[in-house]
Design a protein around this ligand. Structure first.
Ligand code: UDP
Ligand code: MN
Length: 349
């Protein structure tokens, strides 16, 4: 099948690593379709070489090309940079039908049956189920649709600042028009949804076909112990990423992707740091800092591609009061039931 493709996007080397894991997972499950990755000029040469080993086509798209109508939109709305890049997937007119997948998704079984669906098919968003989540969608490349989408962006913008807002406004009858365009949730299981409806996850989770690591913290923000094959971290019920899926991501990354990245020098063997699978010593984007001397000599690998985002700054009690009044209580943190009860107890005493 050379006229249908899975398409993903990486605008930098970090998302490139996600794209590689996705690509390998599609290959592991023997897709019969082509694999395409859209990249921007920021992606390094060595990362492109590695992407070429996994993807059939590595295509550079440059939203700053001044002949392009996307260029004009971007000048007026610079915040839409990554979004406009994603919309470029409609220009892949050498294919009759494609499935777009975010670079932070992981395929757990063959999903080629998705090509039987029509544009625009997608799964509901876990936060607002009348919107579809734009991490996985079926589309038909067309320059005409692409131009319409860009025009739409210029005129209407995006209600969430990203591609999901634009695509939901553009394909606005998705929620009601045709139920066959609603993909089952198992084709885009956001790790966020697991804890918000745990009984449903227990009932249906085993059927999951695609996991989406939606949100600020991505699999590559964790560190991984190659000896125990586990991701390091404190996985409470409230944690957003599920440790089993994170371990699956890292299993692919460490066994299939790291050797490719090392070969091309994207990951550099280093004098200090932790011992990796092949027996070489690596540090990734920054020095790990998790390994003890003993672990290094035992050949344990910890990898931390990017430091996790810093915790939000503490807010003043005035700001907190304002948030309360706007209905934005921090139920999971400061304003949790336990804390409210403690406060009441201390008053009563
Ligand atoms: N993306 C990218 N570079 C960025 C941000 C996003 O290439 O700096 C691409 C990537 O394919 C990513 C998708 O855009 O998966 C959507 O962003 P993300 O997955 O971070 O958003 P979320 O799913 O968490 O809302
Ligand atoms: Mn995503």
């Amino acid at each position: 099948m050379t006229d249908q493709a899975f398409v993903t996007l990486a605008t930098n080397d970090i998302y490139g690593k996600g794209a590689l894991v996705l690509g390998v997972s599609l290959r592991n499950h023997k897709t019969s379709r082509q694999l395409v990755v859209l990249i921007t000029p920021q992606v390094s040469q060595s990362m492109r070489t590695v992407l070429q080993k996994v993807f059939d086509e590595v295509m550079q798209v440059d939203v700053l090309d001044s002949k392009d109508s996307a260029h004009l939109t971007l000048m007026q709305r610079p915040e839409l940079g990554v979004t406009l890049t994603k919309l470029h997937c409609w220009t892949l007119t050498q294919y009759s039908k494609c499935i777009f997948m975010d670079a932070d998704t992981l395929v757990l079984s063959n999903i080629d049956e998705l090509f039987e669906r029509k544009e625009l098919s997608a799964a509901p968003d876990p936060g607002w189920p009348d919107c579809f989540n734009s991490g996985v969608f079926v589309f038909s490349p067309s320059n005409e649709t692409y131009e319409k989408l860009i025009k739409f962006c210029t005129e209407k913008g995006s209600f969430d600042g990203g591609d999901q807002g634009i695509l939901n406004s553009f394909f606005s009858n998705w929620a009601t028009a045709d139920i066959s365009k609603h993909l089952p949730f198992i084709y885009n299981l956001s790790s966020i949804a697991i804890y918000s409806y745990l009984p449903a996850f227990k009932q249906y989770g085993a059927n999951a076909k695609v996991v989406h690591f939606l949100g600020k913290v991505k699999p590559w923000n964790y560190s991984y112990d190659s000896k125990t094959k586990t991701v390091q971290g404190d996985f409470q019920e409230s944690s957003t990423l599920h440790p089993n899926y994170l371990n699956m991501w890292w299993e692919i990354f460490s066994t299939s992707v790291i050797p490719l990245l090392t070969e091309q020098g994207v990951i550099k063997p280093s004098e200090t740091g932790c011992k990796a699978l092949s027996g070489l010593v690596y540090t990734l984007a920054f020095s790990c800092g998790f390994c003890t001397e003993d672990e290094i000599s035992e050949g344990v690998m910890h990898i931390n591609l990017t430091p996790p985002p810093p915790p939000p700054p503490p807010i003043t009690s005035e700001e907190r009061k304002q948030k309360w009044e706007q209905g934005q209580a921090d139920y999971m943190g400061e304003d949790s039931f336990d804390n409210i009860q403690k406060k009441l107890d201390s008053f009563l005493k």
